[in-house]
Design a protein around this ligand. Structure first.
Ligand code: SF4
Ligand code: SF4
Length: 383
């Protein structure tokens, strides 16, 4: 085994990243028992922690990049070890050395796109607001009720643009005074930070913070649980606090306040998938379910792994940009679970989850069995 990074550096970087409790690990293995990787292949975060404790990390190993930061194992650990922070600290070392195993290499292209254009696709910044074409969406101005921040996937990805458009349609119908930043918006930086690129995260966060302040933004509505998480829990590291609300919460408020009313039924069996960064990381389980339950005609059933025990889609921790062999995709397991309870629609509210589920739906030839929908796409059909 080749040890590339010296003992002291690994320990120090882990401590700096908030993972100082790693020395408390007593190797019980509970983390490995609940980790979704062990449903598709062998993987041991316990072993990674042990090696790091002794400075024996192999930074060229692909295993270091597997953790999706799903948040499942920290909840089970009896010693309060911060597995996610430890994993990110190790990736920071690999990023500094420029060591990326084959499956992780796409991160280099993602990084270049984020630096040059503020999005992971490398699409032109000036096209960021094109998703509004034909919709009465305004540029954000100070004093508006809310800034809608769709994020990168709903701004550029053809499948996810449908979600941004559904959101804008709903907001317009409910009479919400909202606007967008268009080309002034940059990637929130949450996922690139999880790949260990702290510098790029800081750069993106500072760009967005300056734009929010310059434009008088007070309240930010987001489609992505990843934007939600970083605006709410990570941007305060820069001494700022914006009011942040996820679309599932905002829809609940609009329905509860009777600003949004239903005109039709949605007569289908639905199941709801809790995105890791909405549920486990931010404790938002009820509002999305309440929104769905209030739609007339809906039959809502739970899958075997739901709420706190939700099965990760595989897209967090920057994994959305890495290569995962077909037989190792958690999203395939999730679709099987949805089918297993007789759901016709798998509903969720995260761009990464939808992207992974749509891929699995095609690969598994489930096109005629299961629909994948964002909550906004369902609401749009019944108002
Ligand atoms: S659950 Fe906690 S204490 Fe047990 S092996 Fe994992 S990190 Fe160590
Ligand atoms: S956070 Fe999730 S993916 Fe990462 S090691 Fe823990 S259980 Fe596995």
């Amino acid at each position: 085994m080749e040890t590339v990074a010296p003992y002291k550096e690994i320990i120090d970087i882990i401590k700096e990243s908030g993972g100082e409790a790693f020395s408390l690990c007593y190797q019980c293995g509970l983390c490995d028992t609940v980790c979704p990787w062990n449903r598709v292949r062998t993987f041991s975060i316990r072993k990674i922690i042990r090696e790091a404790t002794f400075g024996l990390t192999e930074i060229e190993s692909e295993d270091m990049w597997r953790c999706t930061s799903c948040g499942r194992c920290p909840e089970e650990c009896p010693r309060g070890v911060k597995q996610i922070e430890i994993g990110i600290a190790l990736r920071r070392i690999a990023t500094e050395y420029g060591v990326f195993p084959a499956a992780v290499k796409p991160i280099r292209t993602i990084n270049a796109g984020l630096v040059a254009q503020g999005n992971p696709f490398g699409e032109e910044r000036k096209n960021r607001g094109q998703w509004i074409e034909g919709l009465p969406v305004k540029a954000f101005t100070e004093g508006m009720e809310v800034l809608y921040f769709p994020g990168c996937y709903p701004s550029y990805d053809p499948r996810m643009k449908r979600v941004a458009r559904a959101t804008a349609t709903i907001l317009t119908k409910a009479g919400v005074d909202f606007g967008i930043l268009g080309e002034k918006e940059s990637c929130c930086g949450e996922s690139i930070r999880k790949t260990g690129d702290e510098e790029l995260f800081k750069r993106l966060a500072k760009e967005n913070i300056k734009t929010f302040i310059d434009n008088g933004v007070k309240k930010i509505l987001v489609s992505s649980p990843h934007c939600y998480h970083t605006f709410k829990n990570e941007y305060p590291e820069f001494m700022v606090n914006f009011e942040v609300i996820h679309i599932s919460q905002y829809l609940f408020e609009l329905i509860d306040g009777r600003r949004l009313k239903f005109a039709k039924d949605f007569k289908k069996n639905i199941t709801y998938h809790d995105p890791c960064y909405l549920g486990r990381h931010n404790n938002i389980y009820e509002e999305p379910r309440e929104v769905l339950k209030r739609i007339p005609g809906i039959e809502l059933d739970e899958m075997p792994d739901s709420r706190e025990k939700s099965l990760c889609c595989g897209g967090g921790g920057g994994r959305i940009w890495m290569e995962t062999p077909r037989e190792e995709r958690f999203s395939d397991l999730r679709l099987e679970q949805a089918k297993g309870i007789g759901a016709e629609v798998l509903a969720t509210c995260c761009p990464y989850c939808i992207t992974n589920f749509e891929d699995s739906r095609v690969n598994m030839e489930y096109e005629n069995i299961l629909e994948i929908k964002d909550i906004t796409e369902i609401i749009q059909e019944v108002i």
